[in-house]
Ligand binder design. Structure first.
Ligand SMILES: Nc1ncnc2c1ncn2[C@@H]1O[C@H](COP(=O)(O)OP(=O)(O)OP(=O)(O)O)[C@@H](O)[C@H]1O
Ligand SMILES: Nc1nc2c(ncn2[C@@H]2O[C@H](COP(=O)(O)O)[C@@H](O)[C@H]2O)c(=O)[nH]1
Length: 206
């Protein structure tokens, strides 16, 4: 499947900082659109339906999956998560750049469907720091933190299947790294299509 525009996929173990990084990236880059996933998980903290996620029941989620309404979906930490076609298809069809914040299983499904997608894996600087970030966030109970730390070991092993790895130690440095990847991909895509005006747009030249 191919749409005009770029598709970026950001994955990481829970707590590595991908939501914070993608949020910062979106503030710097008005041309990027983030996809809002569906999940069967209960809302956490101040999360709102339609802002962080579309919250569903397990039955609603499974019905959507059976109707093939997801580009990808996976069970992650005991809950179901998916990227609905409705969330991104229209934007992609209009040539907009889209970023997905999903787990590695979903990222690999997306790469199968869209081989041109750019997969970026975010690593925490250490296991200790990962656990502290999950704890400091204050909205995840200790049993869930233990489960996510254990899953993180398996997830990190998947970094080798990604196009880029960014270490989120100093936050601003990691945002800069992400911005550079997005910028470089836009230039590459425009150059591959020998599209001079798209190259100029990517360079933000008049
Ligand atoms: N570079 C950083 N240094 C210190 N703290 C950070 C850094 N990046 C993110 N954090 C903090 O770590 C916590 C986890 O970040 P965030 O919620 O963005 O992680 P996540 O990878 O999206 O997790 P999840 O997959 O569970 O949604 C947050 O409290 C965030 O403010
Ligand atoms: N495969 C997918 N994974 C997703 C999607 N949306 C989020 N996620 C991943 O789930 C975990 C846990 O998230 P949390 O909000 O409960 O902390 C994390 O790795 C997310 O990236 C999705 O649509 N598909």
């Amino acid at each position: 499947m191919e749409y005009p525009g770029n598709l970026f996929v950001v994955a990481a173990p829970s707590g590595a900082g991908k939501s914070s990084l993608v949020k910062a990236l979106l503030e710097l880059d008005s041309k990027l659109n983030v996809s809002i996933s569906h999940t069967s998980r209960a809302p956490r903290g101040q999360e709102q339906h339609g802002r962080e996620y579309w919250f569903t029941t397990v039955d609603e989620f499974r019905t959507m999956a059976a109707r093939d309404e997801f580009f990808e979906w996976a069970e992650v930490h005991g809950n179901l998560y998916g990227t609905s076609r409705a969330a991104i298809e229209a934007r992609m069809a209009h040539g907009e750049d889209v970023v997905l914040e999903i787990d590695f299983q979903g990222a690999l499904q997306i790469k199968q469907l869209f081989p041109y997608a750019v997969l970026i894996f975010i690593l925490p600087p250490s296991w200790e720091e990962l656990e502290q970030r999950l704890t400091r966030r204050g909205d995840t109970d200790p049993a869930v933190i233990a489960q996510r730390m254990s899953n993180a070991r398996l997830e990190v092993a998947q970094a080798q299947n990604f196009d880029f790895v960014v270490v989120n130690a100093v936050f601003d440095t990691a945002v800069f790294d992400l911005k550079s990847i997005v910028h470089a991909q836009r230039l590459k895509y425009a150059a591959q299509r020998r599209n001079r005006s798209a190259v100029f747009r990517a360079l933000e030249l008049p």
